[in-house]
Design a protein around this ligand. Structure first.
Ligand code: GAR
Length: 216
């Protein structure tokens, strides 16, 4: 099996990146994490990746005149490293349509809400403010509009009466760490097809893991 080469792009803590790295250590996993790239030198996740012997690169957006110049440098780095798939994992930079199109259907993201609800920031506080009974997370292909794109997997969690944004975020994060590696596995194994901006999962048995219910 030739493993797909994956770059994980982070800006901070990197817990989703760590979940991807751990999943990819399985011998039968169809992808390897070949590069962890951060736009911030102080991203905590860089140390974890370096300890695991993964190549790390810091590409500071402050060194580039505009978004296109930054994205061109990013694209060049990814190509030099022979990357097949990009995973955005808390990468807090808007990407240009140019870069998104170049990596169309080869770039995925995890977002802490049940999209298309709660795009953007502070998703957990906004979910609590609106009194939703279920919240969750989404793995999706990246499109030029922020937090848009064909949905690959989602996991729902219940919202408890005494939740704070932090307790809800923690419950959702557990599920992010489940569905993000699963989404990458499906993509790297060639089991995803995008038709009319909907994702079909090859070999899914009876509607497989579009929803992962947490243990209660
Ligand atoms: C995660 O909760 C991820 O879903 C979110 O940032 C956090 C990064 O945490 N991403 C977005 O909001 C993207 N729109 P991590 O660095 O520990 O993976």
């Amino acid at each position: 099996m030739t493993k797909k080469r994956v770059a994980v792009l982070i800006s901070g803590r990197g817990s989703n990146m760590a979940a991807l790295v751990k999943a990819a250590e399985r011998p039968d996993f169809p992808a390897e994490i070949s590069l962890v790239l951060s736009n911030r030198a102080d991203a905590a996740g860089l140390a974890f990746a370096a300890e695991r012997g993964i190549e790390t690169v810091v590409l500071s957006h402050k060194n580039y005149a505009d978004r296109l110049a930054f994205d061109a440098a990013l694209d060049a780095q990814l190509r030099v490293t022979g990357i097949d798939i990009i995973c955005l994992a808390g990468f807090m930079r808007l990407l240009t349509p140019w870069l998104v199109e170049r990596w169309r259907d080869r770039m995925i993201n995890v977002h802490p809400s049940l999209l298309p609800a709660f795009k953007g920031l502070d998703t957990h506080a906004r979910a609590l403010a609106l009194g939703v009974r279920f919240h969750g997370c989404t793995v999706h292909f990246v499109r030029a509009e922020m937090d848009e794109g064909p949905i690959i997997l989602q996991a729902a969690v219940p919202v408890e009466d005494d939740d704070t944004p932090d307790t809800l975020a923690a419950r959702v994060l557990v599920q992010e760490h489940v569905i993000y590696p699963k989404g990458l596995e499906l993509l790297a194994a060639g089991r995803l097809a995008v038709e009319d901006e909907r994702v079909a999962i090859a070999g899914a048995r009876g509607g497989l893991p579009t929803l992962v219910a947490p243990a209660v």
